[in-house]
Design a protein. Sequence first.
Length: 314
Amino acid sequence: MLPERVRIIDSHTGGEPTRIVMAGGPDLGDGPLSERVERFRRRFDWFRSAVVNEPRGSDITVGGLICAPVDAASTAGVIFFNNVGYLGMCGHGTIGLLVTLAHAGKITPGEHQIETPVGAVTAVLHDNGEVTVHNIQSFRRATNVAVDIPGHGIVRGDVAWGGNWFFLIHEHGQHIALENVEALTDFAWRVRQALRPQGITGDNGAEIDHIELFTSSQKPGVDSKNFVLCPGKAFDRSPCGTGTSAKLACLYADGKFAEGQIWRQEGILGTIFEGRICVRDGHVYPTIKGSAFVTSEADLIFDPRDPFCVGIPA
Ligand code: PYC
């Protein structure tokens, strides 16, 4: 079952890496991406681990498996994954995917429909290399939800969907700065672990697996700075596309953001995504603009004698 070689292209979007599997990945069959991700999880989870976990990757690597799309009008389907599982959508990853496909000579600037397990998004590759992702519908599910954090006390946050589930906190008492990521990670992880036991989930009991903390940005013209803790306890180096989408849905719900406005979201490294919204039938569809850069092209080699051939489990 082991492939001999898997062709990958690595990039980073605002500092957050994306590893796109260009060839040699498992055949997940056909049908909607929502079904194919379940096949991936059940039958090929070792492949996920092999591509992104150590020793080939690390807890910050986000992988993307390109799949044949259902709709012939789509450019591609993609399933994003990380050190512990699968993502619904990935904003930085979609920006990385378009830049990667352009680097490989597979697309040219223009609009591209990309299918994901949570729906199709449209991504525009601009002539200057920037990418705008028109995300799926995003919404706030609950507001001002109290959660009791052991060793800290009550914090309040919003539950929102931007392609993944987020718990968004503004009043947290933490210093959001790169030199403080250990403390931020510890705090956000305690929030994450407290949510389900206190009955706080996304729709249908879905795990809220991304925690997003906010503060004001010190940069002129930038609206906010965030720290996002991802499902496998690594922090997002980028401002997080799905997290920014969730944020825009909350701002809209609070009457603080409207069509035509621009939201500049800074991430923990100081990189910025530009967010806008489209409102259709009262539903919010965020768009996120950012840049990615290709960092390597490589073949992953699978030696059956290697004890860590399928990765060191996270
Ligand atoms: O950009 O949506 C995003 C994302 C999710 C997890 C890491 N990045």
